[in-house]
Design a protein around this ligand. Structure first.
Ligand code: PLP
Ligand code: SF4
Length: 334
């Protein structure tokens, strides 16, 4: 008798989200790595816990303690080292936070943070010390943020960020979009998310048909740092989004030991483009406390970019940027 064909993506994204790996020893065991092979730290977990979806772990190379996906999530002793200039709130974001869950820093666009949680915890995250507890708006505060946007007709784009905005349910998202679509000067909604990469099942029929219901233009910016993160499921999720007319971009962070190499970045751009995703930004690390060991200095970054430009067509070269407090935009490095 034939075995039934296992249904791909059978479990829901919510199941994946409630079954994250949070124990570093379990993670290493799954990969066949001995704890002595890497400078694991349990101490840093208290401040910023481990969270990684099993589907993402499946894309890590077994037995490789230097796997570029593993290093993005594994809590290490290196995080305890102090590096000069690396502080808790490097972007001084709290001064651009006029309403809970809303950042208005740049002209024409406002960033909303519908949630503080993420499907994955990236050890380099610049928001690891952000006071999320004070930025988890309730419904009344949401309505205040919406009033703020309504009152400023220069705002034509909403950026949903976080945390990861796709942690919220489609129902909550629908509530938000219903309100946003009623604001006449809004044209675009941009979603910055790691979901299509870390839990690709999040991109399902329900989500796609929800977005396709609105006049608003949707843009999704993926956060991918290495080609190895992109497998067939990720490619399928991107295709679903493209099929409903959503524009896809990617931003990466330049990370020492993970993607600080021209060929690694070439492979990433090529892989992204094969999925219909345009490389957008390559960020220098924000100098957040605990992430100094990932830092790539500007001089090295420029050398990598020079090689990248020589190896790729112009449209596959991301713009190298960093964020400077007080500037009206991200600062490009030429
Ligand atoms: C990065 C960022 C944006 C978007 O900048 P773009 O250059 O349009 O991608 C908007 N608001 C905040 C607070 C940001 O950090
Ligand atoms: S906000 Fe983004 S970079 Fe930070 S932990 Fe969440 S997914 Fe990772």
């Amino acid at each position: 008798m034939l075995k039934p064909i296992p249904l791909h993506n059978q479990s829901s994204w919510q199941d994946s989200l409630s079954d994250l790996i949070t124990d570093p020893l379990e993670l290493l065991q799954l990969l066949g790595i001995q704890p002595e092979q890497i400078d694991l730290s349990m101490e840093v977990l208290r401040e910023f816990p481990l969270r990684v979806p099993r589907s993402f772990v499946n894309r890590m190379q077994p037995c490789d303690p230097h796997d570029p996906l593993l290093l993005q999530v594994l809590p290490r002793q290196k995080e305890l080292a102090s590096y000069s200039g690396f502080i808790a709130d490097p972007l001084a974001e709290q001064q651009f936070n006029p309403k809970p869950g809303l950042l208005h820093k740049y002209s024409g666009r406002v960033l909303l943070m519908p949630t503080s949680s993420c499907a994955i915890h990236c050890r380099y995250c610049f928001r690891r010390h952000f006071p999320y507890a004070e930025n988890r708006p309730n419904k009344k505060q949401w309505l205040e943020s919406l009033e703020y946007i309504l009152a400023d007709s220069s705002i034509n784009e909403i950026i949903l960020s976080g945390g990861d905005p796709l942690v919220i349910s489609d129902k909550h998202l629908e509530w938000l979009l219903e309100h946003l679509t009623a604001i006449p000067h809004l044209q675009r909604v941009r979603i910055h998310t790691r979901f299509p990469v870390v839990i690709p099942q999040r991109i399902n029929q329900n989500f796609c048909s929800l977005l396709s219901r609105y006049q608003l233009r949707f843009i999704i910016v993926l956060h991918t740092n290495h080609a190895q993160e992109i497998d067939g499921d990720v490619q399928a999720a991107c295709k679903m989004l493209k099929d409903v007319g959503i524009d896809l971009f990617n931003q990466s962070v330049l990370l020492k030991g993970i993607n600080d190499d021209a060929q690694v970045l070439v492979n990433l751009s090529e892989r992204l483009f094969a999925c219909g995703v345009t490389p957008y930004y390559l960020h220098l690390l924000d100098k957040v406390k605990g992430s100094g060991h990932f830092d790539v200095d500007i001089t090295t970054a420029k050398v990598i970019m020079k090689k990248l430009r020589a190896l790729l067509p112009g449209y596959l070269v991301p713009t190298l940027v960093y964020e400077q407090v007080g500037e009206p935009n991200k600062t490009p490095i030429l």
